[in-house]
Design a protein around this ligand. Structure first.
Ligand code: GUN
Ligand code: FE
Length: 429
């Protein structure tokens, strides 16, 4: 039998409101999949090797549902502007540098090494529009064992000359060449995802071609939706035929779940969705990537995540580096709770704030289901797990396992350490 048993204090969600915390338990990995969490090792698994992490915390791996790899270079700077000026001033000039493969090699090297060491086990990642640099990013990610979706970005309007795909036909041809290159590489961890930057960057012809390409090849889609008020007003001007921003994707089959060959879609932010837009996202099963640090730093807004959860929508968390400064998904959990409390206090007392366990669910199962049965330690889930050493976050008090995980979410950078990481049953470190 192929597998192992992990011992430690175990915390995981079975649902948004069902959080299991055990002080001393065993998690069994069998053929890359969890066989469950037990108080004693079941006789069937008694012969598996034991990885004894007594005293440490074990939890599912975290899923970053929205991050921009090329923006890692300027993370933590440039939060003095709002989205559209931020893109023109900081983001586009930086992304243009990835035309140079030696720059991409160095910058993506840092991003991928840091992501591999982080709490993230799976991620949906934007590259740039450059095909060679995006292939290089995918080669580097593949070697880590992390499971990722990576997108060559499409942008053919309202983009600077130094960072544009040309015509819709040029952009689609480059995307096809990239997809063919990816197929030839035969990756096992790294999958392509169709990535129109956002509606202001892609004309209708390009959107329509990308929708057809996603459908033809059974690919998933990622983009941005209703992040910032000026952006939303601009989309209304660019697409007068649309009754909401979401329609500018839905019309071209880019919100996911369109027939048997259709894939899924992630829309980052959704800070200001109208009722019509919410119904559209519900009808398509679209994933919302909530990025609380980005929404705060570039002053975008506060997404009504409680509303989306009450409606049973698909919601996960993202870092959105470099709108967000930190790649640390524990930080995203902490920020999701904090932003929900401010929203409740300042905007709408009808939407109660998120509990830490609900935010943890978003970061694990919420985003995890985009990748399959991912995000829990319940039997049948792919075995993505972190072993956390919290001994450096010192206190004389006795804390139970749930309190230790809560503290790790808020204080991971103040003495927390990720001791081991497993993805689909493989130990990365
Ligand atoms: N909308 C279009 N492009 C971007 C981007 O790079 N970051 C964020 N946060 N929003 C966007
Ligand atoms: Fe983004």
């Amino acid at each position: 039998m192929n597998g192992f048993v992990l011992r430690g204090a175990v915390c995981y969600n079975a649902s948004p409101t069902t959080f299991d915390a055990r002080e001393d338990a065993y998690v069994v990995c069998h053929d890359g999949v969890s066989a469950g969490v037990f108080d004693e090792i079941p006789p069937d698994y008694a012969d598996l090797p034991l990885v004894d992490c007594a005293g440490k915390l074990i939890c599912p791996g975290l899923v970053d549902l929205h991050v921009h790899a090329p923006q890692y270079t300027f993370r933590g700077t440039g939060a003095d502007l709002e989205l559209l000026d931020w893109l023109n001033t900081y983001t586009f000039p930086e992304e243009a540098k990835y035309a140079d493969l030696s720059y991409a090699h160095q910058a993506y090297g840092y991003f991928v090494e840091d992501l591999a060491r982080s709490a993230t086990t799976r991620a949906a990642i934007f590259g740039t529009l450059h095909v060679p640099a995006t292939m290089l990013l995918m080669d580097k990610l593949e070697a880590t064992g992390l499971k990722t979706f990576v997108g060559k970005v499409n942008m053919n309007r309202n983009s600077p000359d130094y960072l544009a795909d040309g015509t819709a036909a040029d952009s689609l041809a480059a995307t096809r060449a990239w997809l063919d290159g990816v197929e030839a590489r035969g990756y096992s961890n790294t999958r392509p995802i169709i990535t129109p930057r956002f509606t202001p960057s892609c004309d209708d012809e390009l959107m329509s071609g990308l929708g057809r390409l996603a459908h033809e090849r059974g690919l998933n889609v990622q983009s941005h939706l209703s992040e910032n008020l000026s952006e939303i007003a601009w989309v209304k001007e660019l697409c007068p035929w649309s009754s909401c921003y979401g329609q500018t994707y839905a019309r071209f089959g880019l919100l996911g779940d369109e027939g048997p060959a259709g894939g899924k879609a992630i829309m980052a932010h959704c800070n200001y969705c109208s009722d019509e837009e919410v119904r559209l996202l519900q009808a398509h099963g679209t994933y919302i990537a909530h990025c609380p640090q980005s929404n705060t730093l570039i002053s975008s807004g506060m997404a009504p995540i409680r509303r989306y959860l009450d409606l049973g929508m698909n919601v996960g968390l993202g870092t959105d580096v470099a709108g967000g400064a930190s790649l640390n998904m524990f930080r995203a959990v902490s920020d999701a709770v904090a932003v929900s409390k401010l929203r409740w206090r300042c905007v709408d007392q009808g939407l109660p704030p998120l509990s830490i366990q609900e935010a943890f669910w978003l970061a694990t199962c919420g985003g995890g289901s985009f990748f399959g049965r991912v995000g829990s330690l319940v039997a049948g889930y792919e075995f993505d797990a972190l072993v956390l050493d919290d001994s450096g976050i010192r206190t004389p008090r006795h804390l139970d396992a749930a309190q230790r995980l809560e503290r790790f979410c808020h204080l991971s950078s103040e003495g927390g350490r990720i001791a081991h990481k497993f993805v689909a049953g493989c130990q990365l470190f």
